[in-house]
Design a protein around this ligand. Structure first.
Ligand code: F0G
Length: 452
């Protein structure tokens, strides 16, 4: 591995502890002194702004790059490279991540009770989730730092993304996932991308515990979301969103909460955009968790954010089945700084919201649908006003969990669960695939009865 100094004379960025503010070596994840998480800061930004460019020049440069065919410019992450840690262009591993669409959701807006509702669909990334935006930066750093192996514990999306970026970058990868608790779609990706895939007989939090020890003993670079380079890449979703909104911030951004890195990343991006004058005010960032995996909600409600209340997590939204989120302090800071809220939603509310997003022709995986379910509650509480603009961050593609979707439409998703009776109310949203004889009349009859 290359020798890594804390900083050298040409460094723009450095790693600092979020607690005691001590600097750290670039390939560390926790402060050696107080064990808190690290974040990347940019003391090397010039007085005029990153790379000496002010807000107007940066906006113009980033948009110009969309016309370029240079690999780094075609990436929706690296076209914002003035805001990222410096990694030599030759080390960049990119699969054309980012540049994801914003969709209007008029029907969901009506259901939620707001006039303007949009979805920034991060599931439209190369491996089908928002993880790719962070992975391009962290995997590139791993290669630059001379690592041969990368590893992660995952509820499925991180592992898919890591395996793809490792493969593209010529790195070996090791995946630890909870046995039987991730969707088939996600389980299928790492082996296809060449990773060593281990299903451990524990949950996500158990996988994290094992991996933390493995990376202490072996020269393996950790690509979980405690990795500060991943947070930097994930920031770019917010730059892109603001660009898509012509730099006029929406009133609210709503993010699903699992390990709580994504909300932290989006908040960090907004903080930095305000610092350099790209935006003049911040949207409120709210985080939504599943009722069965609600450590942040409980922490804020029960002790005002003093100390994390870890829970034993259980939800069908397996991506966010996390009871002991690593980045809770970072997320809490973002919620407080922007005046956002936290909320929790039930399994039935998640399933309904997912169907409503699907019925807009957009679709997402269950964990992403907590955003719409949470928005409905925030509107009812008066926290989100009818005339305010809202952006939901959809984190995963609809095909990530086809099993959930099919079971929902067939009506057996909640069979044998405590929610079976309540799920009867979902019938009008269910469109089960039908099996018919190969007869023209049968199809025409069906068409007529559906067209009423
Ligand atoms: N949505 C999806 C689709 C996810 O896969 C995750 C996390 C989240 C939301 C939550 O984001 O952890 O930054 O708060 N998935 C991780 C994984 C844990 O391993 O794929 P977060």
């Amino acid at each position: 591995m290359t020798e890594l100094a804390t900083r050298n004379s040409s460094s723009v960025s450095e790693l600092r502890c979020i607690g005691c503010r001590r600097t750290a070596l670039p390939d560390r994840f926790r402060c050696e002194s107080c064990r808190d998480l690290l974040e990347i800061l940019y003391p090397g930004w010039e007085p005029g702004g990153p790379a000496g460019l002010g807000a107007t020049a940066l906006r113009k440069l980033w948009l110009e790059r969309r016309k370029s065919f240079a690999p780094a410019d075609m990436s929706g992450v690296w076209r914002f490279r003035e805001m990222l840690p410096e990694i030599p262009a030759a080390q960049i591993i990119s699969i054309r991540e980012g540049n994801t669409p914003v969709y209007e959701l008029p029907h969901c807006a009506k259901v939620a009770g707001v006039k303007q509702l949009y979805a920034k669909h991060q599931g439209m990334n190369p491996t089908g989730s928002f993880k790719d935006t962070g992975m391009t930066v962290a995997a590139s750093f791993a290669r630059h730092a001379g690592y041969r192996w990368v590893a992660c514990a995952s509820t499925g999306n991180t592992s898919a993304s890591m395996a793809a970026y490792a493969a593209r970058g010529g790195l070996n990868s090791l995946v630890l996932i909870p046995d039987g608790k991730i969707s088939w779609g996600k389980l299928s990706q790492p082996p296809d991308y060449g990773a060593i895939t281990c299903q451990l007989k524990t949950d996500f939090d158990g996988c994290v515990r094992v991996l933390n020890e493995v990376v202490e003993r072996m020269p393996v670079y950790l690509l979980n979301s405690v990795n500060p380079y991943r947070v930097e890449g994930q920031k770019t979703a917010a730059f892109e969103l603001l660009e898509q909104f012509n730099w006029e911030p929406p009133d609210h951004v709503i993010v699903p909460g699992g390990n709580l890195a994504n909300s932290s990343a989006i908040g960090k991006a907004l903080r930095e955009m305000k610092q350099i004058g790209l935006v003049s005010r911040l949207p409120k960032i709210s985080v939504i968790q599943a009722e069965g995996a609600n450590p942040l909600v409980r922490t804020i409600r029960e002790n005002g954010g003093e100390k994390l209340i870890a829970v034993h997590a259980d939800t069908m939204a397996t991506a966010i089945r996390i009871g002991n989120p690593a980045s809770w302090k970072k997320a809490l800071r973002v919620i407080r700084e922007t005046g956002g809220a936290v909320e929790q939603v039930s399994e039935i509310e998640i399933a309904l919201a997912k169907a409503e997003i699907g019925a807009e022709g957009v679709g997402c995986e269950p964990a992403s649908a907590v955003t719409l379910a949470g928005l409905k509650k925030l509107v009812k509480q008066g926290f989100v006003k009818t005339n305010e603009s809202v952006v939901l961050i959809l984190t995963g593609h609809v095909l990530k969990d086809a099993d959930f979707t099919l079971k929902f439409h067939r009506g057996d998703l909640f069979e044998g669960t405590p929610y079976a009776a309540e799920s009867a109310g979902l019938k009008s949203h269910q469109r089960s695939p039908l099996v018919l004889e190969p007869s023209v009349d049968a199809v025409i009859d069906l068409l007529k009865s559906a067209d009423k």
